[in-house]
Design a protein around this ligand. Structure first.
Ligand code: NIG
Ligand code: FE
Length: 415
């Protein structure tokens, strides 16, 4: 039996409860001073405070880690990534500097479609190797659970290839991974001007196989001007729901065309981006119990405004923060940068930020019963930080502050 004790924790800070937290509850964290955490076989057995040690934690067979007075939080959860892709897109930046927008580049056959060409060309082995490297780096940054979307295949063969790579990574990597089908990420060249037919093809040919082979738990769609409209988005999400895939929506990233309202209508688990979302969209989300998965690094990278996070919290919408790691709008997989941007640009409090990158993110990918808080019975996924408190973690910027990353009760990265 694997036994682990982390002791001499200055502050153990965690949201409480295996559910999403909105409104005032978003800012409620438990803070246990001078704490210790004991786990057996990857599951938390006891948490104590005031310098006391949990019973049974002193045995010779227990791995003991001295946290040296540092902050300990749950392992971070990245609820939105596009991590399996071929190539990079550094050549887009000079175009942008000369005035082209993200949608200009996509409409001209670049952007996502450029990554699709590379992803189709690269072998399974090449893509696997590259993705493993990304996951190792994320783990070293304190991320212990992540979602991965498809959407760079855009035909049956290549969407299934991407999803099966995620499946292989799920089996071999220490991180917990959750798979999302995003076949409706762009209109591939073969279907240019025929978005409806492309959606028909996804519904009749690809989705049934994704569901049958259980290759994804969620279905997402890029509901955006010049990509998929609300009607097309609704069609694929409802077809996927019939097959058991829960809904997510890339909504209002650039233009507000009704994606957030659709999220409320179809009771999506999450709506993501929401940079351009207005009151109507937020009201629909609040009513439908939709989590707002916000991606501040994408706002930064696209030079956009920042989503109205404070208003969302005011309306009781649970807010999650994620990276959006992808080769176009956010070539960063560092969720710690989302933490700092959430604090500074969304003006979220450190406690609200912690909830956003742990339990609310876990709920956005259906893992709130397993991870996202440090409580008895949950997975022993935690980070010992090179910081004494959440305020410092939010304030520092650009360094990796994760000192020791523990996944299922075992040191997985750091020292
Ligand atoms: O979330 N907007 C759609 N998807 C990604 C970008 C993907 C890409 O540019 O390759 C996003 O920003
Ligand atoms: Fe995205």
């Amino acid at each position: 039996m694997e036994k682990l004790l982390v002791y001499n924790i200055g502050t153990l800070q965690t949201p409480v409860g295996s559910c999403k937290h909105g409104g005032g509850a978003q800012g409620e964290n438990s803070k246990i001073k001078n704490a210790a955490l004991y786990a057996e076989n990857g599951i938390i057995k006891a948490i104590t405070g005031d310098g006391r040690l949990p019973q049974g934690a002193d045995g010779a067979d227990v791995v003991k880690i001295d946290a040296q007075g540092a902050l300990v939080t749950p392992g971070l959860v990245d609820a939105h990534t596009h991590l399996v892709f071929g190539g990079w897109r550094q050549g887009e930046i000079p175009l942008k500097l000369r005035g082209a927008t993200y949608l200009d580049i996509l409409r001209a056959g670049g952007g996502i479609l450029d990554t699709v060409r590379h992803t189709r060309e690269e072998s399974r082995e090449q893509l696997l190797e590259k993705s493993r490297g990304f996951l190792d780096e994320m783990l070293s940054l304190g991320v212990t659970t992540a979602e991965i979307k498809s959407g760079y295949g855009l035909d049956k063969e290549n969407e299934l290839k991407q999803l099966s790579i995620t499946r292989q990574l799920q089996a071999e990597h220490p991180m917990d991974l959750v798979s999302t089908f995003l076949g409706a990420h762009a209109i591939p060249d073969e279907y240019k001007g025929r978005a409806d037919e492309y959606i028909d093809m996804l519904i009749s040919q690809v989705l049934p196989q994704v569901a049958e082979e259980k290759l994804a738990e969620f279905c997402d769609v890029f509901c955006e001007d010049s990509v998929f409209d609300v009607e097309q988005s609704r069609r694929i999400l409802l077809a996927a729901q019939k097959l058991g895939l829960r809904s997510k929506i890339h909504a209002d990233e650039i233009e507000e065309i009704g994606g957030a309202q659709l999220a409320g209508e179809v009771q999506a688990v999450s709506a993501e981006h929401l940079i351009a979302t207005g009151e109507k969209g937020m009201e629909a989300m609040a009513k439908g119990g939709v989590i707002a998965a916000l991606l501040p690094q994408t706002s930064f990278y696209l030079g956009k405004t920042f989503a109205p996070a404070r208003r969302m919290i005011e309306l009781g919408i649970p807010v999650a923060l994620a990276s959006d790691f992808n080769p176009g709008s956010c070539p960063s997989l560092n969720l710690q940068l989302s933490i700092s941007l959430g604090y500074l640009r969304y003006r979220m409090l450190p406690e609200e930020v912690l909830t956003a990158v742990t339990i609310n993110a876990a709920a956005a990918i259906g893992r709130e019963h397993l991870v996202g808080t440090l409580e008895e019975g949950k997975q022993a996924d935690l980070v010992i930080w090179n910081a004494p408190d959440m305020e410092t973690l939010c304030y520092r910027f650009g360094s990796n502050l994760a000192r020791t990353v523990i996944k299922k009760g075992v040191v997985a990265a750091g020292k």
